[in-house]
Ligand binder design. Structure first.
Ligand code: NAP
Length: 484
């Protein structure tokens, strides 16, 4: 099977923070891959912008190195890279000052899509928006891409929305959540709404519970100081996990248009119940042989920020009444694995006897590693000797199902940037969605802060604190094992 690549219109993409870590690791190698795949037209230009005084030649060398380090196997073709680099430009701009803005305006062309990627610290988002406007670099067709974190709480997210709204309308603002750019996440919508098979069962009557796990093996490392102001709740749950939950729980949108999808996601967030303290477990990784503790990584010996959180949520609506959603994410866990598991109820009556015939089906949507889906079904164990039942997976790994085309599956960032150029906001968060997510998150954080709750210490390489396991055990359920 060969995947189809539809070229986009010519564009000028300005990357503020073009010399930063995200640009180096994800954005620039991703754009090269789109070029390699034939999706980037000749008339497209990528313009790096940051304070450093770099010549175009120096910026191109920086990109060449980034592709060598973070590029994708099989696409490191020198002639192609040279051709790609011809489409790269650089301008030194200070987001907080006046330097460089004139040069940037002169560089812009009139007849192409203009997009501006804010890959800089959030404290600069407002400055850049204002200076783009003041220097007449943007027009009503221009688009801006805003990185995470979008606010630290409801108040700051509202303030940021208000600032951006002074210069851009909502249709021009692309708030990025790279989880939404993952192939499997979009496949989740294809599976739910493109088949008749699952949707009739996708409700509290047939689904026992849902588990969403995002497990990492790394610690907070060099990001310790930043992370300590954030914690797992702000860094992962309020944004990425909330988006996954929305896609699982939402009603079918009337069409696959940006606002139709985002309206349905918003309804899910608004239907989330407050979470009682007893349904939240927070943890912090301890020290192990050769591994520093969170307290040492964060350089804050008394920190009570969580590097792990597990919680039980309820979506209070007709479809999901009574079906819990369990979320869990953490650092320094036993495996790097992200998945959503939809655990169906047991058949109502077993004709095979109690011992052998009451197994629930599980649909597992794997985000990483090895993106794909897996449905566990009950079958008869082959061979003579009566009716013994076993569970087997019906497995669809993208790599197996798509063959060589799987190698061409775009990384989340490259896919999302192409969506910006196309003007498709479906996979981007709307301002009201972000605010609703904070409105739900803030009281939970305020709750454990006012109680002075301390996170529980867990062992690096484990599945998190024992209490997180109990969250399910006490209800006769169990977490799926975190794959190593
Ligand atoms: P970074 O490595 O610190 O890079 C920051 C960039 O901003 C540099 O290019 C820097 O270049 C530029 N910059 C700083 N001050 C500036 C100013 N006054 N005017 C113009 N440019 C300025 O940060 P990053 O890790 O790439 O993160 C960028 C954004 O992406 C942040 O919002 C972050 O939260 C988000 N993000 C990052 C990652 C990641 O993996 N890195 C993942 C998710 C989200 P100069 O010093 O030359 O100006």
């Amino acid at each position: 099977m060969v995947s189809r690549v539809i070229p986009v219109d010519p564009f000028d993409l300005v990357i503020f923070g073009g010399t930063g870590d995200l640009a180096r690791r994800k954005i620039l190698p991703g754009l090269y891959r789109r070029f390699w795949a034939g999706q980037m037209p000749e008339g497209a230009r990528i313009i790096g912008a940051s304070r450093k005084e770099l010549s175009e030649k120096q910026f191109r060398s920086f990109i060449r190195e980034a592709i060598a380090e973070f590029g994708i196997e099989g696409v490191d073709d020198k002639a192609k890279i040279d051709a790609f680099l011809k489409q790269i430009h650089y301008v030194a701009v200070d987001a907080k000052g006046e330097a460089g803005w004139d040069d940037l305006r002169k560089l812009m062309r009139g007849d192409v899509v203009r997009a501006f990627y804010f890959s800089v610290a959030p404290s600069l988002f407002g400055d850049i928006a204002e200076r783009l406007n003041k220097n007449k670099i943007t027009d009503k067709h221009s688009r801006i891409v805003v990185e995470k974190p979008f606010g630290h709480d409801l108040e700051s997210a509202r303030a940021l929305n208000r600032t951006l709204a002074r210069f851009f309308n909502e249709a021009q603002i692309y708030r990025i959540d790279h989880y939404l750019g993952k192939e499997t996440v979009q496949n989740l919508m294809a599976v739910r709404f493109g088949n008749i098979l699952f949707e009739p069962l996708w409700n509290a009557q047939y689904v026992d519970h849902i588990q969403i796990t995002v497990a990492e093996t790394v610690g907070v490392g060099g990001r310790g100081a930043y992370y300590d102001h954030s914690g797992a709740m702000r860094d992962m749950v309020q944004n990425h996990m909330m988006q996954l939950l929305c896609l699982i729980a939402m009603e079918p949108p009337y069409c696959f248009e940006p606002d139709a999808v985002r309206d349905e996601k918003l309804k899910v967030i608004r239907a989330l119940d407050p979470v009682p303290a007893g349904d939240i477990v927070r943890g912090q990784y301890g020290k192990a042989k050769g591994i520093d503790s969170y307290l040492s990584d964060s350089e804050h010996p008394e920190s009570i920020t969580e590097s792990f959180i597990a919680m039980k949520l309820h979506v209070s609506n007709w479809r999901w009444k009574g079906t819990p959603f369990y979320l869990r994410t953490g650092k320094r866990l036993k495996g790097r694995s992200s998945e959503i598991a939809v655990v169906f109820k047991d058949p109502p009556h077993s004709i095979f006897g109690e011992r052998d015939g009451r197994r629930g089906n599980v649909l597992v949507i794997r985000l990483q590693p090895n993106e794909g889906m897996n449905l566990r079904v009950t079958i008869k164990e082959p061979g003579p000797g009566g009716m013994r039942l076993i569970e087997v997976p019906l497995d669809m790994s993208f790599a197996d199902a798509l063959g060589p085309a799987a190698a061409q599956v775009a990384d989340a960032y490259e896919r999302l940037i192409m969506d910006v150029i196309r003007g498709n906001q479906t996979l981007f968060m709307r301002g009201d969605e972000v605010e609703a997510a904070w409105a739900w998150t803030d009281p939970l954080i305020a709750g454990w802060t006012s109680r002075g709750d301390h996170p529980l210490t867990y062992e690096p390489g484990s599945s998190g604190p024992e209490e997180a396991l109990m969250l399910l055990h006490r209800e006769g359920r169990r977490w799926r094992d975190i794959e190593q």
